[in-house]
Write a protein of this length. Structure first.
Length: 176
């Protein structure tokens, strides 16, 4: 272990000990900590109390302008979806989609001219497809390829903390 990593590790232990002392002696702080659903919420809460417990061991820090942890993407408002382009080129784009109890408007099928591959990272979703008609339930790690002009709609996504998915779109090859 490099000296810089050792110093960082020992500092994190010290910060965790101070945090544990606070939580042990303050029931309100203990309740707030117990309400955290994941590591990122714990880190954020600890920061709000003035503790720097940082990231998990082995995870790199993200400096200004660096990539953030995709799994820490905030949930949009109830019934909504947000989309962020992570990367793109002339014939493809990679999107991060966050959904909170979202469903496509009734009767409004999506009919895209490109391929779409989706991967659920967090939560779950239910997608309806036409021709052939079927319903696909997706959980973390599940993926689905939707070919061009395969009509589809989102039947449901999870409420807060929501469903988080990657979507890769690419152009269909031209007919030759």
């Amino acid at each position: 272990m490099a000296e810089q990593d050792l110093i960082r590790f020992l500092n994190k232990i010290s910060q965790l000990q101070l945090l544990a002392d606070l939580v042990e002696h303050d029931s309100s702080s203990r309740e707030q900590l117990a309400a955290c659903a994941d590591h990122n919420q714990v880190v954020q809460l600890a920061q709000s109390w003035g503790f720097d417990i940082g990231r998990r061991w082995g995870e790199r820090d993200h400096g200004a302008g660096g990539e953030a942890n995709l799994l820490a993407t905030p949930c949009p408002a109830f019934g909504k979806e947000s989309t962020r382009v992570l990367a793109s080129a002339a014939t493809w784009r990679l999107l991060l989609i966050a959904s909170n109890a979202y469903r496509s408007p009734r009767g409004e099928w999506m009919d895209q001219s490109d391929y779409e591959w989706v991967l659920v990272l967090r939560g779950s979703a239910c997608v309806a497809l036409q021709n052939p008609d079927r319903i696909v339930d997706l959980s973390p790690g599940d993926h689905l390829l939707i070919p061009p002009h395969q009509r589809n709609m989102v039947e449901r996504t999870d409420p807060n903390p929501g469903t988080l998915w990657l979507a890769l779109h690419w152009d269909a090859p031209s007919a030759r």
